[in-house]
Design a protein around this ligand. Sequence first.
Ligand SMILES: *Cc1c(COP(=O)(O)O)cnc(C)c1O
Length: 363
Amino acid sequence: MERNYLLLTPGPLSTSETVRQAMLQDWCTWDKDYNEGIVTPLRHDLLAIAGLDESEYTTVLLQGSGTYCVEATIGAAVRPEDKLLILANGAYGKRMAQIADYYHINYVMVSLSETELVTGEVARRALEENPDVTHLSMVHSETTTGLLNRIEEVADVIRGKGITFIVDAMSSFAGVPIDIKGLGIDFLVSSANKCIQGVPGFGFIIAKKDKMLATKGNARSLSLDIYAQWETMEKGHGKWRFTSPTHVVRAFFQAMQELKAEGGIEARHRRYVENHRVLVDGMRELGFQTLLSDDKQGCIITSFYYPEATFDFADFYNKLKAKGFVIYPGKISDADTFRIGNIGDIFPDDIRALLKAIREVRG
Ligand SMILES: *Cc1c(COP(=O)(O)O)cnc(C)c1O
């Protein structure tokens, strides 16, 4: 079926026709064809594509959007006697603090400006001021702007200190290589509708096995209890506790095969980097400027300043949509920007077609 438009957004994003077609069958949630044939292989594949050993790492899938999984992870990993340090530089980092507020978690947040990177230095200073921190959480690709935070530097700073490391890699996992083991990441959170290129409906948590086991009894929410969900999946060979988003999971299974066929995470990363390169070069040629300098910018999504004070984003958006491209408004407080995503079933030629459309719209 022909596409209504291409989504150049941070998710949900454009999926392949074969991923969408994979949703055309119904599946029984307790049948072994589904649990053992689809869910269990997916759990193995998530660890395999991340280069992780099943004896040390595990994964759990959870209904809901990505935020549900971030909340479930923080809510189960951080106990009342713990102290969480949040390093934030955008809406998704700040959302972690909102979660911590709801759970009455003892936390401190370092809130940087939206164009400032979370670096090792930021982590080092925060830990000096808060030596009693037990958990550190941060966002890898801050989708608010497109900035790629320095998780490697932060990992170096906390290595050996016994601090549990929680990373929201929602918009980067599978699109940017991440050495989860080398960086000592204890919980990594992502979702079906980002770089694995599935459709929305659930997220997943990749965790160090001992850390997952240690969450037993900690959750303060029944449906977001990652230990209970994990235990049911382990014992039930892929069984979900409550109604599983079967069509979405089947589509994700197809998306996973397509990721492997593309050549895995490295190959997907190269495509996204090229999409981003073609986009930024073309937009600069058309007179647009990026919000971020190139050294801070990731390949997932790019923020552009409005080209002139009189720029009418709604009009620009509608005209591009009429030509088959959906872009995204900006999300930052102190500048007028809009965003264009490079992830999904999008190729450099799609970006070239978008640039042609922008040229026409701009006259
Ligand atoms: C998409 C995204 C999320 C999750 O957002 P939902 O709307 O709950 O899916 C969380 N963090 C980041 C960095 C994201 O890009």
